[in-house]
Design a protein around this ligand. Structure first.
Ligand SMILES: *Cc1c(COP(=O)(O)O)cnc(C)c1O
Length: 388
C-alpha cells in the first residue's frame, strides 16, 4: 500500500471521519422518537443548505431519483417543458420528461457551453405552452456552471416553473433557492454533501407545491405530498436509509460549524488552484468561462488518451479521477474537488495528473505548476469568491 486512495471524482467524494463513524453505529428504528429528533435536526440543516424556508424532502434514491420525482410530481402527461441540454445530465432530464409523457422542447447546446438566458426567454415567448424549464446548475459531464439566477428571472416573469438539478452544485457553490426564485431544487448525497450515494433531497417553492397538487398521479414511490405530510411529523413515507441519515446529521453539523460562506470560499479556491495548475502545464480548460466550482474539465491534446491517463493515475498514484463521457470519452479528464477535499489532495491530484500525462505521451516543460496552483489557491482563499 504505497498510496492512499484519493477520490478526486465529481461524485462519489471522500467522507469525513465524523460521517464514517456516525454511519457505523447500530441500527435505530425509524418510527421512534430518537430518529424523529434526527430528522428534525437535519431538516434545519437542509433548509440552510438549500437557502429556503420550504421543507426539504429527504428521498432514498440516487440523485436521478430526485430528478424523476420532480418531473413526475410537477408535470402531467401532455404538458410541455423546455430542457437545457448542455451535456449528459441535461439529456437525462429530456429522457425522464419523455418517459413521463411530457412534450420536450429541447434546447441543445454544444458541450462545454453554458445556458443562455436570452435563448430561454425567446423560447418561452415563442411557445406559451411551455410550463416548466428543466436545467442543471452545474453540468457535471462538461464542468460548466449555468447562470441559474438569470434563468430564474426569465422563468419568473413568464410564470414557468424552474426545476434545477443541483446535484453537483448544492454545498459547492452558492445556489440560494428562495432568493434566486428557483421553484424546485434537488440534489444527491454523494457530491458536495460528503456522504455515500443513496440519498437525494428535493425542495419546492410555494408555486411548485400548488402545481404538484394539480399534477396527474405519477410515481407511487415518489409521492411528494405523501412525503411532505410525513415530514411534518418528522417522518418519511417509507423506510429511509437510516445509516445514511445518521451520516447526513454529521455532514450538516460540519457545514454548520464551518459556515456556508467558508465552504464556498474553499471550493472556489480549490477550483482556481486546479485551473491554474492545469493551465501551467499548458493544457486547455474545457469550460473556459462559465466553469463549475466542484470539478475541472481538462482538455487533452491530440494523441493523449484520457481513458489511459485516468487509469495510470489510479494505478500508480492512487488518485481516482473521471474521464469524459460519450463524445468526450478519452478527450477530457474531469478532476473532482468538491466536498471533503483540501489543497493537499489537489496537489496530489495535479502531480498524478502531470506524471500520468507524461506516461501517456503528453509533454510539459513546466516544473512549477504545483507552486502556481498553490499561489492561485491562496490568493483566491484570501480574496473570496465572486457573486454569482
Ligand atoms: C451525478 C449527477 C447526476 C446523477 O446522479 P446519480 O446519483 O448518479 O443518480 C445527475 N445530475 C448531475 C448534475 C450530477 O452531477
Amino acid at each position: 500500500m504505497l498510496n492512499k486512495l484519493r477520490l478526486l471524482t465529481p461524485g462519489p467524494t471522500p467522507l469525513p471521519e465524523e460521517v464514517r463513524l456516525a454511519m457505523a453505529r447500530d441500527m435505530v428504528h425509524h418510527r421512534k422518537a430518537g430518529f424523529k429528533a434526527v430528522l428534525a435536526e437535519v431538516q434545519e440543516g437542509l433548509k440552510a443548505l438549500f437557502g429556503t424556508a420550504q421543507p426539504v424532502l429527504p428521498l432514498t434514491c440516487s440523485g436521478t431519483g430526485a430528478m424523476d420525482a420532480a418531473v413526475s410530481g410537477l408535470f402531467s402527461p401532455g404538458e410541455k417543458v423546455l430542457v437545457v441540454e448542455a451535456g449528459k445530465f441535461g439529456q437525462r432530464f429530456t429522457q425522464i420528461a419523455r418517459r413521463r409523457g411530457l412534450l420536450v422542447a429541447a434546447q441543445p447546446l454544444p458541450w462545454g457551453q453554458a445556458a443562455d438566458p436570452a435563448m430561454v426567454r425567446y423560447a418561452l415567448e415563442a411557445d406559451k405552452d411551455i410550463v416548466g424549464v428543466l436545467m442543471q446548475a452545474s453540468e457535471t459531464s462538461t464542468g460548466v456552471l449555468h447562470p441559474v439566477r438569470e434563468v430564474a428571472t426569465v422563468t419568473k416573469s413568464h410564470g414557468a416553473l424552474l426545476v434545477v438539478d443541483g446535484i453537483s452544485a448544492v454545498g459547492v457553490s452558492p445556489l440560494p433557492m428562495d432568493e434566486w426564485g428557483v421553484d424546485c431544487l434537488l440534489t444527491g448525497s454523494q457530491k458536495g454533501l460528503m456522504l455515500p450515494p443513496g440519498l437525494a433531497f428535493l425542495a419546492l417553492s410555494e408555486k411548485a407545491w400548488e402545481r404538484a397538487a394539480k399534477a396527474a398521479p405519477g410515481s407511487f414511490y415518489f409521492d411528494l405530498a405523501g412525503e411532505l405530510a410525513n415530514l411534518k411529523k418528522h417522518q418519511t413515507l417509507f423506510t429511509p436509509a437510516v445509516s445514511l441519515i445518521a451520516g447526513l446529521q454529521e455532514s450538516l453539523r460540519l457545514f454548520k460549524a464551518e459556515g456556508l460562506e467558508a465552504v464556498y470560499r474553499k471550493q472556489w479556491a480549490l477550483t482556481l488552484g486546479c485551473r491554474a495548475g492545469a493551465r501551467a502545464l499548458g493544457l486547455d480548460l474545457f469550460a473556459p468561462k462559465h466553469f463549475a466550482w466542484g470539478l475541472t474539465s481538462v482538455a487533452l491534446p491530440e494523441g493523449v488518451d484520457g481513458v489511459r491517463l485516468v487509469q495510470v493515475a489510479a494505478e500508480k498514484y492512487g488518485v481516482v479521477m473521471a474521464g469524459g463521457q460519450d463524445q468526450l470519452k478519452g478527450r477530457i479528464v474531469r478532476v473532482g474537488h468538491m466536498g471533503h477535499v483540501d489543497f493537499g489532495d489537489l496537489l496530489a491530484g495535479l502531480h498524478a495528473f502531470n506524471r500520468s500525462f507524461a506516461i501517456c505521451g503528453g509533454f510539459s516543460a513546466c516544473d512549477d505548476y504545483l507552486e502556481r496552483a498553490m499561489a492561485a489557491y491562496e490568493e483566491a482563499l484570501e480574496q473570496g469568491y465572486p457573486a454569482l
